[in-house]
Design a protein around this ligand. Structure first.
Ligand code: CP
Length: 301
C-alpha cells in the first residue's frame, strides 16, 4: 500500500512518476478530456483539522476529476468537539473502510498515527512545521515547467523557514532532485540546516538572492510562533519583504513563487505578486490540481 507521508519516504522514481502524470493530467484538463474512469467507485475522505483553501479545494477537485466520490469531514461539526480523541476518531473512520484519507493536522507526524490505524492509503496534506509533501511536489512541478530540469539550479526559500512545513518538504525534494537551496531568513526564523549539504544559509535577501533561479517567499506562520516572537508586519516588510529592487539581485530570468496564503506587503510587495512576467504564484496554485490528481492515481491504483 502506498502512502504520501513526507518527501523523505518516497523514492525519486515515484517523484518523477507523479510529476510526469501531473503533466498528462494538466494536458487532459486543458483539452477537456475526461479522466473520470480512473478512480470511479472509490470514496476518499478529506480530514482537515486545520484551515485550508488551496490544499483542501484542489484535493477535493482532483478526486472529482478522477471520478471518485469525496467526503469532506469537518472538524467544526465533528465529535472531536465533544471530547473524542484524534485516535478514536480515526478508529471510527477506519471502520467505514474509505479508499484513501487525506489528512491535515497541527501535530508532528499525525499522518503516521493515521497510517497505523486505517487500512487505506494516507496522504499528508500538511502536519505541524514538519511536512507538506503534496505542496513540495506541485512546487517542483511549477519549477520544471518554467526551468526544465532543476538539477544544478538554485532556489531561494525566504522568510519564516523555522515554522514552515513547505520549506521543510522543499528542502528535501530539491536535494533529491539535485538542486541547490539558499535559505534566507532572519536569525530568529532560521533553523539549523547543517545536515543538508545542498543548502547555504543567509540572513539578508540582498545576499541570499544572488545567483538564484527561483525566489520562493514564505508567510510568517504566526499560528506556530510564541507571542513574543511574532514580528511587527511593517518592520518585517522593511527588513525582509520581497520588493522589485531586492528581486533584481536574483538572476535576470528568476521568477517568484509563494505557496500561499500570502500576506501582501508583509513578506512580498503587491507589485511583485502581480508582476505578469516574474510572478508564477497563481500558476503554482493552479498546478495543485493536476499534481494532486497524479498523487491520487499513484496512491490508489
Ligand atoms: N499552501 C497551502 O497549504 O495553502 P492552504 O493552507 O490554503 O491549503
Amino acid at each position: 500500500m502506498k502512502h504520501l507521508l513526507d518527501i523523505q519516504s518516497i523514492e525519486v522514481g515515484d517523484i518523477h512518476q507523479i510529476l510526469s502524470r501531473a503533466k498528462d493530467f494538466k494536458d487532459a484538463l486543458a483539452s477537456g478530456r475526461s479522466c473520470e474512469d480512473i478512480l470511479s467507485g472509490k470514496v476518499i475522505i478529506n480530514m482537515f483539522f486545520e484551515n485550508s483553501t488551496r490544499t483542501l479545494t484542489s484535493f477535493q477537485m482532483a478526486a472529482y476529476r478522477l471520478g471518485a466520490q469525496v467526503i469532506n469531514w469537518q472538524v467544526s461539526s465533528s465529535s472531536t468537539k465533544k471530547g473524542e480523541t484524534f485516535s478514536d476518531t480515526m478508529e471510527c473512520v477506519a471502520g467505514y473502510h474509505p479508499d484513501a484519507i487525506v489528512v491535515r493536522h497541527e501535530e508532528f507526524k499525525a499522518p503516521y498515527t493515521v497510517k497505523k490505524i486505517v487500512d487505506c492509503p494516507v496522504i499528508n496534506a500538511g502536519d505541524s512545521w514538519r511536512a507538506h509533501p503534496s505542496q513540495a511536489l506541485l512546487d517542483v512541478f511549477t519549477m520544471q515547467e518554467n526551468l526544465g530540469d532543476i538539477a544544478g539550479k538554485t532556489i531561494a526559500i525566504c522568510g519564516d523557514v523555522a515554522h514552515s512545513r513547505v520549506a521543510s518538504s522543499n528542502v528535501e525534494i530539491l536535494g533529491k532532485l539535485g538542486a541547490r537551496v539558499h535559505i534566507v531568513a532572519p536569525d530568529s526564523l532560521l533553523p539549523n540546516m547543517s545536515k543538508h549539504t545542498h543548502v547555504e544559509t543567509f540572513n539578508s535577501l540582498e545576499d541570499g538572492l544572488v545567483g538564484c533561479d527561483v525566489v520562493m517567499m514564505l508567510r510568517n506562520q504566526k499560528e506556530r510562533m510564541e507571542a513574543a516572537d511574532v514580528p511587527d508586519d511593517v518592520e518585517y516588510f522593511h527588513a525582509f519583504g520581497l520588493t522589485q529592487e531586492r528581486l533584481a539581485r536574483a538572476n535576470e530570468d528568476a521568477f517568484v513563487m509563494h505557496p500561499g496564503p500570502m500576506n501582501r506587503n508583509v513578506e512580498i510587495a503587491d507589485d511583485v505578486v502581480d508582476d505578469p512576467v516574474k510572478s508564477k504564484i497563481f500558476e503554482q496554485m493552479a498546478n495543485g490540481l493536476p499534481v494532486r490528481m497524479a498523487i491520487f492515481e499513484w496512491a490508489l491504483k
